[in-house]
Design a protein around this ligand. Structure first.
Ligand SMILES: Nc1ncnc2c1ncn2[C@@H]1O[C@H](COP(=O)(O)OP(=O)(O)OP(=O)(O)O)[C@@H](O)[C@H]1O
Ligand SMILES: [Mg+2]
Length: 429
């Protein structure tokens, strides 16, 4: 019997240069995005967690790298931090620029001088922060504070060469310095800013995250509009819903005048999710068809449970696989137990899936039996005698459980011709 040689291909992490060969689909969106980038247009990407935004960014970057003449005229940088306020964002941005640009990438400005100023500013910020944090408990008097400050200065000056004057970068000056660097770049800069969609609600200002993000982006407008930079952002879904082009609200059709487009990454269709599995199995040296690896009832159950989210699909699959392997080991240990009648079927089966996800969906044994029944028979109603018998539940209790599983989002129902509820696993809509 064929088996997979490693589970590496089933990673739930974003694909990167080492495994972009697993990338599938998204052809049209990739084409549209690449041409926007080559036209130097800013745009946003949005989608539910785990739909593949980071993976898509990595794919775009690698496509750009291999585009003819691209590297001669462009430089690509990434901003992988979740930072919701402008001052911290600009500070990180300057740091990334200083880390990644060489003196030969810019004209007219002295990067090493800016680096000194940056380090000095960072040092003084850390110094002040430590004072605020420790001073009350240490009960320093004013004189001691001054002494600490002078120690700090002496230390800083020792590191800087005496011929250089070091200047403190105030927050307004930060923007000025960044604009100066960007304007003097010899190449066009493409900036990928991931995870801005993780910006959360701020209870202090009582503003919703999409409003806060909008004002954050407005503050960055000056740099995002520079003609020799292009910005690609991940954006939260609620931001997209608020600012997307809507024909009913023509006054809001501008994406804030910052993005020329915002792309919504849709969930995978069933067909594409199966394609994902086929691709990953292929790279795991699995010889055989998909149904030699997982039986069709289980595959359908997994497809329903993960609802087109590639990360969830891979996560559930991997869990089921590991669960199956763990009980196989047990069987080997107890080889004396009579297993002669067992067929040599090493596929992932419904019980593996249900057992590996029971804690996520809080399934007890009876609920597992209900779900297994539906996985095999497609649908069920509370009057089903066979299921009542299997679970030891009467009609009322079964009915209650079916309702609860529906409220939990696992099941769905439709009404048959007599108005009776027929329960099925919830499908992707
Ligand atoms: N186009 C694709 N082809 C193959 N696999 C994909 C694709 N898109 C996403 N995946 C898989 O889905 C999983 C999640 O992808 P990724 O981390 O890029 O999502 P994300 O949208 O950035 O998530 P988050 O919102 O949590 O940052 C990964 O395991 C990745 O391998
Ligand atoms: Mg991501």
């Amino acid at each position: 019997m064929s088996s997979i040689s490693s589970i590496k291909a089933f990673t739930t992490l974003a694909l990167n240069d080492d495994n972009l060969k697993y990338f599938i689909g998204r052809k049209r969106i990739v084409g549209d995005m690449l041409s926007l980038i080559l036209d130097h247009q800013n745009f946003g990407v949005t989608g539910a967690p785990g739909t593949g935004k980071t993976t898509l960014f990595n794919f775009l970057k690698s496509e750009l790298e291999s585009t003819k003449n691209f590297k001669r005229k462009h430089k690509v940088l990434s901003f992988p931090f979740t930072i919701p306020n402008t001052a911290d964002f600009l500070k990180r941005l300057l740091f990334i620029l200083l880390e990644n640009l060489k003196q030969s990438d810019v004209k007219k400005i002295d990067l090493s001088k800016i680096k000194d100023d940056y380090l000095y500013t960072n040092g003084i910020q850390e110094f002040l922060r430590s004072l605020v944090r420790y001073e009350p408990s240490r009960e320093l008097d004013a004189y001691q504070v001054l002494r600490l400050y002078s120690d700090f200065l002496i230390n800083e000056m020792k590191n800087a060469s005496p011929s250089k004057t070091v200047k403190f970068l105030s927050p307004d000056k930060l923007l000025f310095v960044i604009v100066k660097i960007l304007k003097n770049l010899k190449k066009h800069l493409i900036f990928f800013v991931d995870d801005i969609d993780k910006v959360i609600y701020d209870p202090l200002t009582n503003s919703t995250s999409e409003n806060r993000l909008a004002s954050f982006l407005f503050e960055l407008k000056e740099i995002m509009e520079l003609s020799n930079t292009t910005w690609v952002f991940t954006l939260p879904l609620d931001f997209y819903n608020k600012y997307k082009i809507s024909f009913n609200k023509p006054e809001s059709t501008s994406f804030l005048g910052i993005f020329s487009d915002i792309f919504l990454l849709h969930n995978f269709t069933r067909k594409r999710t199966v394609d994902l599995l086929r691709t990953r199995l292929g790279f795991s040296n699995f010889e055989g068809k998909i149904i030699d690896y997982i039986d069709s009832y289980s595959l359908n159950l997994l497809l329903d449970l993960s609802r087109g989210n590639p990360r969830l699909f891979l996560y559930f699959l991997l869990k089921a696989f590991k669960f199956k392997e763990s009980i196989k080991d047990n069987l080997l240990q107890e080889e004396f137990v009579e297993i002669e009648n067992e067929t040599d079927d090493s596929r992932i089966k419904v019980n593996h899936i249900l057992s590996s996800i029971d804690y996520i969906f809080k399934l007890d044994d009876r609920n597992k039996k209900i779900l297994a029944y539906i996985a095999y028979k497609q649908s069920v109603d509370s009057g089903n005698h066979s299921l009542q018998e299997k679970t030891g539940l009467d009609r009322l209790s079964l009915n209650r459980r079916l309702k609860e599983l529906t409220e939990a989002g696992i099941l769905d129902y439709f009404l048959d011709q007599y108005g009776k509820r027929i329960y099925i696993t919830r499908k992707l809509t």
